[in-house]
Design a protein around this ligand. Structure first.
Ligand SMILES: N[C@@H](CCC(=O)N[C@@H](CS)C(=O)NCC(=O)O)C(=O)O
Length: 306
C-alpha cells in the first residue's frame, strides 16, 4: 500500500482524532504540516478547495473529514479494528454527538476565554470559519458553555461507571476516539478545563489509557514531496453510482461537493463514486496531477455543477 500521509497541524483537535486512529492501529504514517489559517495553497491543491484539518492522502486519493478517514483506515488496515464488539454503526453515529454537541462548547470556551490573547490572524480566520459561534457574545456565553461542557463530560463518566476500560467494553475503538478529542481540546485550550473535569475520576483514568494509544510512527514530509507522490500515483478505481441514489447523477457528471455545516468551500470535479456513504470526484491540478477527492455523504451536499 502507498504511504498514509496526514495533512494536519499539531494543535488541531480533529487531527488528534485521526492521529489516535493511527495510534490505535499502530500504523506508520507521514506527516505534512499545514498552516492554521487560510490561505493553504498546498492543501487546497490536493483537495480542490476543502480547507478543513485533517486530510488523509494515499497516493493520488485524498480523503476529507475524519468520519471518512476512519472508514478508509479500517478498510485498508482492518486490524486492530476501530469497531471492537461489533459497534460500527454506533461508533460512526457517535460523531454527530462528539463533533458538535461535545466539541462546540469547548471550542466556544477556548475562543471566549482566550479571545484577548489570540493572534489577529487566527481570530479573523476563525470568526469567518465557525459560523455557529457569535464571537461578539462569546464572553457572555461562558457560564452557559461551561454548563454544556460539564454535562457532556459527565456522560462519559456515566458510561465508564461500571469500571470498564473503554466506552464500549475492554478494547478501545472509534467511540473512544470520538469522545476523547473534545476533552483533549479542552484540556489544551480551555483555562478552566481542570476545574470542569475535576469531579470525573473515571474520565481522567480513561484519558490516560487513550493517551497511551499514542500516534503510531510519524515521519515528516514536505508538501512538495506529497504532491510528487500524488503526481506519480494512479487513483483507485471509482465505485460508480448507487442505483438507489435519489440525486439522479451519473458517473462523469460535473458536480460540486460542499460541507453542509461550516467551512463551506465547494469542491468541483467529475463524479466517480456516489455511494451511500461516500462521494468521490476526479480533478486535475497543476501541482498534484489527477487526483480523486473523497468525502463522506453524511454532512455533505452533492449538486450538479451549474
Ligand atoms: N468534519 C470535519 C471537521 C474538521 C474541522 O473542523 N477541523 C478544524 C481544525 S480542528 C478546522 O478545519 N479548522 C480550521 C482550519 O484548520 O483551517 C472532520 O471531521 O474532519
Amino acid at each position: 500500500m502507498a504511504e498514509l500521509i496526514l495533512h494536519h497541524f499539531d494543535l488541531s483537535p480533529f487531527a488528534e482524532k485521526a492521529r489516535l486512529m493511527l495510534g490505535l492501529k499502530g500504523l506508520a504514517w507521514r506527516s505534512v504540516e499545514i498552516p492554521l489559517v487560510m490561505p493553504k495553497p498546498d492543501l487546497t491543491a490536493l483537495t480542490g478547495g476543502y480547507r478543513k484539518t485533517p486530510v488523509l492522502q494515499v497516493g493520488a486519493d485524498v480523503y476529507c473529514d475524519t468520519k471518512l478517514i476512519a472508514v478508509e483506515l479500517e478498510r485498508r488496515c482492518p486490524t486492530p479494528t476501530l469497531f471492537p464488539g461489533g459497534h460500527r454503526g454506533l461508533a460512526l453515529a457517535l460523531s454527530a454527538w462528539s463533533d458538535r454537541a461535545f466539541f462546540d462548547p469547548g471550542a466556544g470556551l477556548s475562543m471566549g476565554l482566550n479571545k484577548r490573547g489570540l493572534p489577529d490572524a487566527i481570530l479573523k480566520d476563525r470568526k469567518a470559519f465557525f459560523n455557529f459561534m457569535d464571537f461578539d457574545v462569546l464572553e457572555a456565553e461562558i457560564p452557559h458553555l461551561t454548563t454544556q461542557l460539564r454535562a457532556q463530560a459527565d456522560l462519559v463518566e456515566q458510561q465508564l461507571a461500571d469500571g470498564r476500560a473503554f466506552l464500549l467494553g475492554d478494547a478501545p475503538g472509534l467511540a473512544d476516539v470520538n469522545a476523547y478529542f473534545p476533552v483533549w481540546m479542552a484540556r489544551g485550550n480551555v483555562p478552566t478545563a481542570g476545574e470542569i473535569f475535576a469531579p470525573y475520576a473515571r474520565l481522567a483514568h480513561w484519558e490516560s489509557r487513550m493517551r497511551a494509544l499514542g500516534h503510531g510512527t510519524r515521519r515528516e514530509m514536505t508538501a512538495a514531496e506529497a504532491h510528487a507522490i500524488a503526481r506519480a500515483s494512479e487513483p483507485e478505481p471509482g465505485q460508480g453510482v448507487d442505483p438507489a441514489d435519489a440525486l439522479g447523477l451519473a458517473v462523469g457528471d460535473a458536480v460540486v461537493v460542499t460541507p453542509d455545516d461550516y467551512g463551506k468551500v465547494p469542491v468541483h470535479g467529475e463524479l466517480l463514486t456516489l455511494q451511500l456513504h461516500e462521494v468521490a470526484v476526479r480533478r486535475t491540478d497543476p501541482k498534484c496531477g489527477t487526483v480523486v477527492v473523497h468525502f463522506p455523504r453524511i454532512g455533505y451536499r452533492v449538486e450538479r455543477a451549474a
